[in-house]
Design a protein around this ligand. Structure first.
Ligand code: KIV
Ligand code: ZN
Length: 515
């Protein structure tokens, strides 16, 4: 069996998804979960983008010991210096340098000749060698680069000292046969190619990212880049879990495997969905709510007779199972900790205290606390970076003519009230009242979703909001058995993130304007 390295870019390309804004603590939480999943490499961010991005990469590098930590750089000395600075505390570091090579990018974006691109990339790799023994080079938009020129670029990267050469299908344009062929041509034609690892990086614009990644493996790729749940720029990246399970399920066909701890896939998917606010569609392969549900009578009958009739993967394989340990309001700290262990969730003592307090609040409101509830509580443990605003009370009067909502909030030691009565329903009036209290931030609600965490009548409602404040877009999350309260908490969480972003100087728009 060949081992295929997994390069996770959830924190970099995944974070480029519209509306996703992770703070440092959330990035570290995801990175620690990726470490439990045993990915080989974690691309933690783009340090030159802003001081906040650099600090996040630094924090991940310090917290994570297993996987190699990767930082992204354009082919510029300033970018490379920033990655060096960010990864100084890493136990194992790698720099990822990229420069576009396709005719479209050379002509319209870079305004550089083929020779100039080659020289610039060569100089960048050579400069990066000062600091790093592991260097990945990506010819951006390799998928639309002339194949002879791509061979020349890869040969240059090998000769300059890159240790991994990545072949991005940046715009998700290629078909599996075409993408696979590039790997074959590179393997057959580039001198010294055996000295580097070849990596595949696919985007899902035509829904082919996983198929393309598998085609690359079949044609000699050593590493797959992707994200959890396939999140990422536009239609997203290759979903790592899909590649890992395809190799696991069809091992004989590919003769390849990954080192992932497969049972960590579901917990990782839930955590990423919760912290990014990107809800996983029900029909998503493996991690969607319906991925293991059998609705039709014939299928159910077959499943009862023998699971192999309609199931090619056991849900337990990816860590999806309801355990026997049921929690309720009489459950103590010990039972709660056992449940966490059972779900494969490891928390520091401090985080456990917070999570247990949240669990007690939820257990007071509902009869049984399900596994999904527990995952929700944990996912929210790191919410609210600042505690400037506190929701004290909501007073609601509503009839068929409209809704008037008064919000009482604690702001530090003082209590402030605001009311609104001309919104489009209770939630709209309430959010407008909160906007009055936080008017200095000029908030505009851009997106709002609320979903039920489980199927019981007293289920928790989980609310996600996307809010614009000046040039920043942030997400906020809240949960409660009452969706109105969940909505208020999500909006307050978003306000805290606006404040935190202002304080840390980490603006996603800085990063986006450089990429
Ligand atoms: O899709 C892409 O080309 C990228 C590069 C930065 C590798 O994400
Ligand atoms: Zn990409």
């Amino acid at each position: 069996m060949r081992n295929i390295a997994i390069f996770d870019t959830t924190l970099r390309d995944g974070e480029q998804s519209p509306g996703v804004n992770l703070n440092t603590r959330e990035k570290v939480d995801i990175a620690l979960q990726l470490e439990r999943l045993r990915v080989d490499r974690i691309e933690a961010g783009f340090p030159i983008a802003s001081p906040g991005d650099l600090a996040s990469v630094q924090a991940v590098a310090q917290a994570v010991r297993g996987p190699t930590i990767v930082g992204l750089a354009r082919a510029r000395t300033g970018d490379i210096d920033a990655v060096y600075e960010a990864l100084r505390g890493a136990s194992d570091a790698c720099i990822h340098v990229f420069l576009a090579t396709s005719p479209i990018h050379r002509q319209h974006k870079l305004r550089m000749t083929k020779e100039h691109v080659l020289e610039t990339a060569h100089a960048a790799i050579t400069y990066a060698k000062k600091y790093f023994s592991k260097i990945e080079f990506s010819p951006e938009d390799a998928g639309r680069t002339e194949i002879d020129y791509l061979c020349a670029v890869v040969a240059m990267a090998v000769q300059a000292g890159a240790t991994v050469v990545n072949i991005p299908d940046t715009v998700g344009y290629l078909m599996p046969e075409e993408y696979g062929r590039i790997f074959r041509v590179l393997r057959e034609n580039v001198p010294g190619i055996e000295r580097v690892q070849l990596s595949a990086h696919c985007h899902d614009d035509l829904g082919l990212a996983t198929a393309n990644a598998l085609a690359a493996i079949a044609n000699g790729a050593d590493q797959i880049e992707g994200t959890i749940n396939g999140i990422g720029e536009r239609a997203g990246n290759t979903a790592i879990e899909e590649v890992a399970l395809a190799l696991h399920t069809r091992a004989a066909l590919y003769g390849a495997e990954t080192s992932l701890a497969l049972h960590e896939i579901y917990p990782t998917s839930r955590l990423v969905s919760k912290l990014t606010g990107m809800i996983v569609p029900g029909n998503k392969a493996l991690v969607g709510a319906n991925a293991f549900a059998h609705e039709s009578g014939i299928h159910q009958d077959g499943m009862l007779k023998d699971k192999s009739t309609y199931e090619i993967i056991r849900p337990e394989t990816i860590g999806l199972r309801e355990s026997q340990l049921v929690l309720g309001k009489h459950s103590g700290r010990h039972a709660f900790r056992e449940k966490l262990l059972d779900l494969g969730i490891v928390l520091s003592d401090e985080a456990l205290d917070d999570a247990f307090a949240s669990f007690k609040r939820v257990a007071d409101q509902k009869k049984t606390v399900t596994d999904e509830d527990v995952r929700t509580i944990i996912g929210f443990a790191s919410v609210s970076p600042a505690t400037k605003f506190r929701l004290d009370a909501l007073t609601i009067r509503a009839d068929e003519h409209g809704a008037a909502v008064e919000v009482r909030m604690g702001v530090g030691d003082t209590v402030v009230r605001a009311s609104h009565n001309s919104g489009n329903g209770i939630i709209d009036s309430m959010l407008k009242a909160i906007e009055i209290i936080a008017d200095e931030h000029d908030l505009v609600l851009e997106d709002y979703t609320v979903k039920s965490v489980s199927h019981d009548k007293d289920a928790l409602g989980e609310c996600h909001v996307q809010v614009r404040s000046g040039g920043d877009v942030v997400t906020g999350r809240g949960y409660s058995t009452d969706v109105i309260t969940a909505s208020a908490l999500a909006y307050i969480d978003a306000i805290h993130r606006v404040i935190e972003r202002r304080q840390s100087g980490s603006h996603k728009r800085d990063r986006m304007s450089l990429l």
